[in-house]
Design a protein around this ligand. Structure first.
Ligand SMILES: Nc1ncnc2c1ncn2[C@@H]1O[C@H](COP(=O)(O)OP(=O)(O)OP(=O)(O)O)[C@@H](O)[C@H]1O
Length: 412
C-alpha cells in the first residue's frame, strides 16, 4: 500500500508538488495522468524514496519510505524509470538479475540468475534477449527488460514512469495487461501513463495531476471528461465510449483559426451526423435537430454536448419542438439541411424556409428522393435555388466563407 500525505516538493524556488494526497491499496492499479511538467515523475520519485519531500510524508506499507535504507526501500518498491538509456554493456540477464540485489546477501559477489530472473524474462517476453548486450537493444526492448528487472525485484509496490512510452501497440497492450496482473496479484501499482485510453482501460483509478496538484481522482470514466481535457491539458476534444473495451475513448483536435459561426443542422442520418461532427470540430457553434431518438446525428450531437431537439419515435414533430428549432434557426448565421430523407414538403422544409442563409447537402441523387407530389418537388427546388449545395466535407469551410462565395450548384 502507498500513502502520500500532503507532500510538497520544490526545486529551488519552484514548487513542483503542492500538497499531494494519494492512496494506492494493495491490489490496485492507479494511473497518474496529466500534461508534461505537471509533476508526475517527481511524485513517483518521491514515492520510491529517490526524492525527499520538503514537507509531508510517504508511507509504503507501514513504513515511511524516507526512514528506510535504500536496500530496504528497494525490497518494498520496484521502479521502472522513464529513462532506460544505459551507458553500460551488461547482458540482459545481468540487468534483470540486478533486481535481485536487495534480496542478496551482502557478501555474495555473484549475480543471482535463478528462477526469479527466468520468470521475469518469460513474463515480459524477453527470454530471447537474455544474452544480448542491453546497450544494443531497441528502446522498446530495453523498456521491457526494465519491466523484467522490476518484476525480478519481487516488491509489493511497483512504480512505473511511462512504461509503454517506446512500445509498439502490441507490446504496449501486453505490458499494461501484465502490470494489471501484477496488481491483481496484490501489489500496489502506481504508473504515469500518457496514453489516456490505455490508462483508462487498465487502471482501477486515475489521478489527474496538474500544476503539482492532484486536481481529480476516481474511476477513469469520471476523471476523463471533455472538461478535464480542456482544463488540465488545454486540449480541444471529446471523450466517448469505446464500443469494444467499453472504456473512455479520447479524441483530441488541433486548435482552429476558423469557426465561430452559429450553425443549425437540420436533417439527420449519417450525413447529418457527419455535418454536426465536422462543424463542431472546426470550432463552429452548433445546434441541431429535430432528430428522432435513434438517429445517428442525435447520438453525435449528444456526445458533443451540442443542443439538440429530439422527436419521439413514430410521432410527428410536436409544436414545442418546432418552436424551439425555429428559435435556433433564427439565431443561426447558417442553416444546413443535411440530406433530407423525409418528405421535403413536411415540417423540416418549412423550417429550412425560414433560414437566412441555407446550405444543402445531398448525398443521394434527387431522383431517388421522396417528394410529396408536384408541390413537394416545387417546394424543394425553391429551397435549392437560394441555397449553396455542397458536399458534406466542405460544409465547415463554406461556413467560414462570405455568403454566396461557396455556392456550388449540383449538376443534376
Ligand atoms: N531536478 C530538477 N530541477 C529543477 N526542476 C525540475 C527538476 N525535475 C523536475 N523539474 C521540474 O518540475 C516540473 C515537474 O516535472 P516532472 O518531470 O515531475 O513532470 P511530469 O509530469 O513527469 O512531466 P512529463 O509528462 O513531461 O514527463 C517541471 O516543470 C520540471 O521542469
Amino acid at each position: 500500500m502507498i500513502r502520500v500525505d500532503d507532500v510538497h516538493v520544490a526545486f529551488g524556488d519552484v514548487e513542483v508538488l503542492d500538497g499531494v494526497d494519494l492512496t494506492v491499496e494493495a491490489g490496485e492499479f492507479v494511473g497518474l495522468v496529466g500534461p508534461n511538467g505537471a509533476g508526475k515523475t517527481t511524485l513517483l520519485r518521491t514515492v520510491n524514496g529517490a526524492l525527499t519531500p520538503g514537507s509531508g510524508e510517504v508511507f509504503v506499507g507501514e513504513e515511511r519510505i524516507h526512514d528506510l535504507s535504500s536496500r530496504a526501500a528497494s525490497r518494498r518498491v520496484a521502479t521502472v524509470p522513464q529513462d532506460t538509456s544505459v551507458r553500460f554493456a551488461f547482458d540482459v540477464a545481468d540487468v534483470v538479475a540486478m533486481g535481485r540485489t536487495p534480496h542478496r546477501s551482502r557478501f555474495s559477489s555473484h549475480p543471482d540468475r535463478g528462477a526469479h530472473v527466468d520468470a521475469a524474462l518469460e513474463r515480459t517476453e524477453t527470454t530471447h534477449l537474455r544474452d544480448r548486450r542491453v546497450d544494443t537493444l531497441s528502446g522498446g526492448e530495453r523498456q521491457r527488460v526494465f519491466v523484467a528487472r522490476a518484476l525480478a525485484q519481487d516488491a509489493p509496490t511497483l512504480v512505473l514512469d511511462e512504461p509503454t512510452a517506446s512500445l509498439d501497440v502490441n507490446h504496449a497492450t501486453q505490458t499494461l495487461a501484465l502490470v494489471r496482473e501484477l496488481a491483481d496479484e496484490s501489489r500496489a501499482v502506481l504508473a504515469a501513463i500518457h496514453d489516456l485510453e490505455s490508462a483508462a482501460r487498465f487502471c482501477d483509478r486515475l489521478a489527474l495531476v496538474h500544476d503539482g496538484r492532484i486536481v481529480d481522482q476516481g474511476e477513469p470514466a469520471d476523471v476523463l471528461t471533455t472538461e478535464a481535457l480542456e482544463t488540465a491539458f488545454d486540449a480541444r476534444g471529446v471523450v466517448t465510449t469505446n464500443p469494444v473495451t467499453d472504456s473512455p475513448a479520447v479524441t483530441t483536435l488541433p486548435s482552429t483559426t476558423g469557426g465561430g459561426s452559429r450553425v443549425h443542422v437540420l436533417g439527420g442520418g449519417e450525413t447529418g451526423a457527419s455535418v454536426v461532427g465536422s462543424c463542431w470540430a472546426a470550432g463552429h457553434q452548433v445546434s441541431a435537430g429535430p432528430f428522432s431518438h435513434d438517429d445517428a446525428a442525435r447520438s453525435v450531437a449528444r456526445t458533443l454536448e451540442v443542443p439538440v431537439e429530439t422527436t419521439p419515435p413514430f410521432a410527428a414533430i410536436g409544436r414545442a419542438t418546432v418552436e424551439a428549432v425555429s428559435e435556433q434557426i433564427a439565431a443561426a448565421d447558417v442553416t444546413v439541411l443535411a440530406d433530407p430523407v423525409i418528405d421535403p414538403a413536411a415540417t423540416v422544409c418549412e423550417l429550412a424556409d425560414d433560414a437566412e442563409r441555407l446550405v444543402l447537402v445531398e448525398s443521394r441523387p434527387l431522383a431517388e428522393r421522396n417528394y410529396a407530389g408536384e408541390r413537394g418537388r416545387e417546394r424543394y427546388e425553391a429551397l435549392r435555388r437560394r441555397a449553396s449545395v455542397v458536399d458534406a466535407d466542405r460544409v465547415p469551410a463554406v461556413l467560414d466563407e462570405k455568403p454566396d462565395a461557396g455556392k456550388v450548384l449540383a449538376d443534376d
